[in-house]
Design a protein around this ligand. Structure first.
Ligand code: SF4
Length: 354
């Protein structure tokens, strides 16, 4: 007799599923909870396939579905065979969440929702307006995480750098407060929009012993015309300036960069601009996503659709570049002595002197 939980998608979902699992009443047995993702059409399909598989294997179980796909298309999800209930989100409040026990690191949700309206994205409608926990509450959660022996926290959110909308607090003040939590040795900011990565945040991370020189920043395109069509809030010049500022303060920073290829209207020349931009910028890793049509978004109606075949060729080219960049980055540290957070096998963090 058991409840099983399944998570698809991002770190925010991992934090939320972990929180649900801790709070689930023991009396509810033979229940399966699926926390879904809807970032692309492929993510929707993955959710449907998982639900079908779970239903086949556990025909008697109650299947409860929540998350972005359930929120975006609740009727379709409710109609899937085996689904007993669809749980929708309450956009009027921030639901605190953190993960423990299932990963080496803990994901602490500090912010939810998004007020931006990027032309290709449904996440802002699936997660509602930007909102956050208070600094005091988040410090308490970080202390709870530390009490369980976790040494590293990844700050997660839908638009993490937009922290403070509902409490009128500042993201930089959250970082300062978390930096003082005893027992947590490392922090990472999971993903931050380039326009929100301020000099103040960069200077603070450079001075902190705990905040790691590790930034995940969505670029999406290295062509300003496409960035405009995407309704992103920066230019390539601004993006390059942010990277240069981080490198000036933290030369060994690991940059993971998101890129979308095959956005409507992206010509061969536009893609070449993106490729050249990234070749010059030389981040450590690229996360490449072929554009996926999301019904109801402005991009879905845009002219100049790029065929999936061409998008796949472009994605492959960037994946090859990413492998080269990664190799180049990690080879700089061969033979370096440094502290490590052990992620697998027997040794644990406290087996090593800090
Ligand atoms: S910043 Fe843009 S892409 Fe990211 S969640 Fe908000 S609307 Fe979507």
């Amino acid at each position: 007799m058991k409840v099983s939980f399944h998570t698809l998608g991002c770190k925010v979902n991992f934090a939320e599923t972990s929180t649900m699992a801790r709070e689930f009443p023991e009396a509810d047995v033979d229940t399966i909870v699926v926390n879904t993702c809807s970032v692309t059409a492929a993510a929707d399909k993955k959710c449907r396939n998982l639900i079908a598989r779970l239903h086949r294997k556990n025909p008697e179980a109650r299947i409860i579905v929540t998350g972005c796909y359930a929120q975006r298309d609740s009727e379709a999800v409710a109609a899937l065979p085996g689904v007993s209930e669809v749980l929708l989100r309450d956009f009027s409040r921030f639901c605190p969440a953190y993960s423990v026990g299932d990963r080496t690191r803990s994901f602490l949700k500090v912010q939810d929702g998004c007020d931006y309206r990027c032309s290709y994205c449904t996440i802002s409608s699936a997660r509602g307006p930007s909102r956050n926990g208070s600094i005091a509450e988040l410090v308490t959660q970080a202390q709870e995480i530390a009490a369980q022996g976790v040494k590293e926290i990844v700050l997660t959110g839908v638009n993490t750098g937009d922290f403070g909308r509902t409490t009128s607090e500042k993201f930089i003040d959250l970082l300062r407060a978390l930096d003082g939590v005893e027992g947590i040795e490392r922090y990472r900011i999971s993903s931050i929009e380039p326009n929100l990565l301020t000099d103040e945040i960069i200077d603070f991370c450079a001075a902190s012993r705990k905040f790691q020189p590790h930034f995940h920043i969505p670029l999406q395109s290295g062509c300003d015309r496409i960035l405009g069509l995407m309704r992103r809030r920066y230019t390539t010049a601004k993006f390059a300036d942010r990277i240069a500022k981080v490198r000036e303060k933290m030369p060994d920073t690991f940059f993971g960069i998101d890129v979308i290829v095959g956005f409507p209207g992206e010509t061969e020349d536009d893609f070449e601009q993106t490729y050249r931009f990234l070749s010059v910028l030389r981040p450590a890793q690229l996360h490449v996503f072929p554009y996926s049509v999301r019904p109801g978004t402005p991009a879905a109606e845009m002219a100049g659709k790029v065929s999936p075949k061409i998008a796949a060729v472009r994605a492959k080219k960037l994946a090859t570049l990413s492998s080269e960049l990664y190799e180049e980055f990690v080879s700089r540290f061969v033979d370096d002595d440094d502290r490590a957070l052990w992620e697998g096998g027997r040794p644990r963090w406290h087996d090593f002197p800090i």
